[in-house]
Write a protein that binds this ligand. Structure first.
Ligand SMILES: [Mn+2]
Length: 184
């Protein structure tokens, strides 16, 4: 089973990222969604589970949980926005992955058979690379494997859009440098 893992859209889900998630049989969003339409779009691809991020404070998000345990063939995927909110020792025996976001920086460690996965951000990565980031988690009995994926989009057009908008012009440069000044 292929599980698409994304986080930190903050209201922005580029068509290229949506297309890249096609084929996922299940989608998990680790919070800071931004607006409910993002979940509507994801649900056109596959059943979608989402948690509330610290920026999802509007009324539409009130019903979303802060932590979700998703039962999948092969085990459980635990989802929360900020890894700091997971208490030590709280992961159950059947957990194979803990999915989170918040920092906009992709990261992973495997600890005693559990993949801890920060999916990065599809909207605005902050790891020095502009391409939209997400994870495909391939799950099977006794075996699960994450693949970190980066998706091309028209960065020049996105930057032009920011400059034409009310947003500060430097946001365009921050997008291009992936949040690391001086990076080309
Ligand atoms: Mn956040």
């Amino acid at each position: 089973m292929l599980v698409g893992l994304i986080s930190d859209t903050h209201g922005l889900l580029r068509p290229e990222a949506l297309a890249a998630l096609q084929g996922s049989q299940l989608i998990v969003h680790a919070g800071d969604i931004g607006k409910p339409e993002i979940l509507d779009e994801l649900r056109t691809i596959a059943p979608t589970f989402a948690v509330r991020g610290n920026n999802d404070s509007q009324a539409w998000a009130a019903a979303l949980p802060e932590k979700e345990i998703v039962e999948v063939a092969g085990g459980q995927v635990w989802v929360l926005h900020q890894i700091a909110h997971l208490f030590r020792g709280a992961v159950g025996d059947r957990c194979v992955a803990v999915v989170f976001g918040h920092t906009h920086k992709p990261w992973t460690r495997a600890v005693e058979g559990v993949h801890f996965l920060n999916t990065g951000s599809v909207g605005k990565p902050k790891d020095g690379h502009w391409r939209a980031g997400y994870v495909l988690l391939s799950m099977g009995e006794g075996d699960s494997q994450p693949e970190f994926i980066r998706v091309d989009y028209d960065i020049e057009r996105a930057m032009a859009g920011i400059r034409e908008s009310e947003l500060p012009d430097e946001f365009a440069e921050q997008l291009r440098t992936g949040g690391i000044p001086g990076r080309s």
